[in-house]
Design a protein. Structure first.
Length: 439
C-alpha cells in the first residue's frame, strides 16, 4: 500500500507534458513565394518531405492537436490545389498539400514576438520564383512604400550670420555645410529621404521653417546650429528638445489661431481641428504634443549616443528649452548644437571638412537607429522590419563554424548577425544558438 502511494506521489511531482495545439493556419501568396504559417500554442517539432505522382508535400507536426478552422483558408494564387490533415496513431498531425506545380519547400520555427505566438513557417518556391532576383523585388517595394522624411534645418542664413567664431567663422556657413552633408548621406539610405529647409545663404523665419517641413510631411525635424558663449571656455556638442513650458504655450497658441486649427496635424498625419469643439480640440492637440515631445526626447537621446563617439559633448543628456523652431506640436523636433564656435578648439574643428563629415554621419546614424526601431506605419522601414522579424531563423553552432562562414551561408553580413545577437566580437561557441535575420 505504501509503495502504491509513493508511486502516485512521484507521479504528481512530475508535470504531464501537454500536447501542442495548432490554433490557426494562414496561407499568404506573394511574388516571392507562398508562405504557410501554423500558429501553435508552444514550440513544436516537425518534419517535411515531398512525394511524387501525384505531387504532394507532407508536413508532420509532432504530438499536436488540431483546433484551427480550415474552412477559412484560401488557396487562391498559390501552387496548392488542396490542403488536408489527419491525426496519426502516435498523436502527430499530418498535413498533406496537393500541389499543381513543383515547389522547393523551406521551413523554420519562429518564437513569440509582439502580438504573435509560436509559429511554424513553411515557404514554397515555384521554379519561376527560385530564379527571380529577390533584390529586384525589394527595390520595387522600396519605391512603392513611402520614405521616412527627415527635415534638415540649417540655422540662421542671409542677413542673420548666427554666431561668429575665431577667424571670422560664420555659424550660418558651418551649419549649412553640415546640413548638406547630412542630406547627401540620407540620399544613400534606402527608405530615407532628406529635405533641406534652407538650401542656400538666405534667411527663413523660425515658424516658416517648421511650416515648410510640415508641408513636406516630414517625420522628424532637425535644426543644426553652433553654440556661442560670452567666454571661450565652454565647448562640446549638445542636443535640445522643446521644454514642457514651451510645449504648453504652443498648445494654447495653436488653439487660439484659426489658421492652425484648419491645418493640424501636418507632419505625417492628416488630423484637422477645424470641425472639433474646443474641448475635443484641446484633448487631441495635447495628445499630439505629448507624443511629439516624447519622440523628440527619444530621438535626441539616440543622436547623443551616436555623437559621443565622434566629438566632445557639452552635456550627455537631452536639454529642453523653448526654442521657437522646435515648437511644431505634431512633428518631433530636435536642435543639435554641433559645438561652441566661440571656443578656439571647437571652432577649428567645425571649420574642418573632415569634422563636419563626422558630425553629419553621427547625427544621421542616431536618427537612423531610432527610426529603424520605430518605423512609421506605411513606410518601407516598417515593411522591412516586419520582414526581418518573420524571417528570423535559428542556427546551432557546430565545430569548425566561423561567424563569417555562417554570414556567407545565409547571405547576411557578420555585423548584422552580431547586432541581432548582441555579440561584442566574432567569438562563438559550439552549441551556441544564433538568431539569423533574413537576407
Amino acid at each position: 500500500m505504501t509503495g502504491t502511494l509513493l508511486y502516485v506521489a512521484l507521479l504528481c511531482d512530475f508535470p504531464i507534458a501537454q500536447a501542442g495545439v495548432v490554433e490557426g493556419v494562414r496561407v499568404r501568396p506573394s511574388p516571392e513565394r507562398t508562405r504557410i504559417v501554423f500558429d501553435v500554442s508552444q514550440p513544436i517539432e516537425h518534419k517535411i518531405f515531398s512525394l511524387k505522382n501525384p505531387s504532394r508535400l507532407v508536413i508532420d507536426i509532432s504530438d499536436a492537436q488540431m483546433q484551427a478552422d480550415m474552412d477559412q483558408v484560401s488557396l487562391k494564387r498559390t501552387p496548392i490545389a488542396g490542403l488536408r490533415y489527419a491525426r496519426r496513431e502516435n498523436n502527430d498531425l499530418r498535413f498533406v498539400l496537393d500541389l499543381n506545380a513543383e515547389v522547393i519547400p523551406r521551413s523554420f520555427v519562429l518564437k513569440p514576438i509582439l502580438q504573435y505566438g509560436d509559429r511554424l513557417v513553411v515557404d514554397l518556391y515555384t521554379e519561376e520564383q527560385q530564379y527571380k532576383p529577390i533584390v529586384q523585388q525589394t527595390d520595387l517595394l522600396s519605391r512603392q512604400m513611402r520614405d521616412v522624411i527627415i527635415a534638415i534645418d540649417a540655422g540662421h542664413g542671409g542677413d542673420d550670420p548666427g554666431a561668429i567664431g575665431f577667424g571670422k567663422l560664420y555659424e550660418k556657413h558651418v551649419v549649412l555645410s553640415i546640413a548638406n552633408r547630412m542630406n547627401a548621406l540620407l540620399e544613400k539610405e534606402t527608405g530615407f529621404k532628406g529635405y533641406m529647409v534652407r538650401s542656400g545663404d538666405y534667411y527663413i523665419e523660425h515658424r516658416k521653417r517648421t511650416q515648410l517641413a510640415r508641408e513636406k510631411k516630414s517625420d522628424i525635424f532637425i535644426s543644426i546650429h553652433a553654440d556661442a558663449f560670452e567666454s571661450a571656455q565652454p565647448r562640446g556638442a549638445s542636443v535640445y528638445a522643446v521644454s514642457e513650458k514651451g510645449a504648453t504655450s504652443e498648445t494654447a497658441r495653436w488653439l487660439s489661431e484659426s489658421e492652425n486649427r484648419a491645418d493640424l496635424i501636418g507632419g505625417a498625419g492628416t488630423l484637422s481641428l477645424d470641425d472639433k469643439d474646443d474641448l475635443l480640440a484641446e484633448v487631441l492637440l495635447d495628445l499630439s504634443v505629448t507624443q511629439s515631445l516624447s519622440t523628440s526626447l527619444e530621438v535626441g537621446s539616440s543622436v547623443i549616443r551616436s555623437l559621443k563617439s565622434s566629438t566632445k559633448m557639452h552635456t550627455d543628456k537631452v536639454e529642453q528649452a523653448a526654442f521657437a523652431v522646435l515648437k511644431s506640436p505634431d512633428m518631433p523636433s530636435i536642435l543639435v548644437e554641433t559645438g561652441f564656435i566661440s571656443n578656439p578648439k571647437d571652432a577649428a574643428a567645425l571649420k574642418s571638412s573632415a569634422h563636419q563629415q563626422k558630425l553629419a554621419r553621427a547625427i544621421v546614424a542616431g536618427v537612423k537607429n531610432y527610426m529603424l526601431l520605430n518605423p512609421p506605419e506605411g513606410s518601407y522601414l516598417a515593411w522591412k522590419k516586419d520582414q526581418d522579424q518573420e524571417q528570423l531563423l535559428t542556427y546551432v553552432i557546430e565545430r569548425g563554424d566561423t561567424l563569417t562562414g555562417i554570414a556567407d551561408r545565409y547571405k547576411v553580413s557578420a555585423e548584422t548577425i552580431k547586432r541581432v545577437n548582441g555579440l561584442r566580437n566574432d567569438q562563438i561557441l559550439i552549441g551556441q544558438i544564433l538568431k539569423i535575420p533574413g537576407s
